[in-house]
Design a protein around this ligand. Structure first.
Ligand code: ZN
Length: 105
């Protein structure tokens, strides 16, 4: 997974019509759930990354940190790893996401 800025990028919220899996915490996104789809082109390859509601909230929090430049923010699929390396205070929702990921491992 690259941390480079995508060539084009868009984020949308969708309502699941079939089951998906959150790329960050691996939770199941069941039909009817909202999830965020982040689409872009990385290294010439189009991809869509899906995040559950909690992970999207944590992701936005991470991106909003004043000390985190875009290149130092989390990569898709690596949010939990990034959170574990972050030495600042984590919001409760981030702790929940970490716990969820660890419990399923
Ligand atoms: Zn998630």
């Amino acid at each position: 997974m690259t941390n480079e800025m995508p060539e084009c990028y868009s984020e949308t919220w969708r309502k699941a019509r079939r089951e998906h899996q959150c790329e960050e915490c691996n939770t199941r996104i069941v039909p009817g759930d909202s999830y965020r789809a982040a689409s872009g082109i990385w290294d010439g390859t189009a991809a869509t990354h899906k995040q559950c509601v909690e992970c999207a909230r944590v992701w936005d929090w991470a991106q909003s940190l004043p000390d985190v430049y875009p290149e130092e923010g989390p990569c898709f699929g690596r949010l939990v790893l990034w959170l574990k390396e972050w030495d600042g205070t984590l919001p409760n929702v981030a702790l929940k996401v970490i716990e969820r990921k660890e419990n399923e491992a």
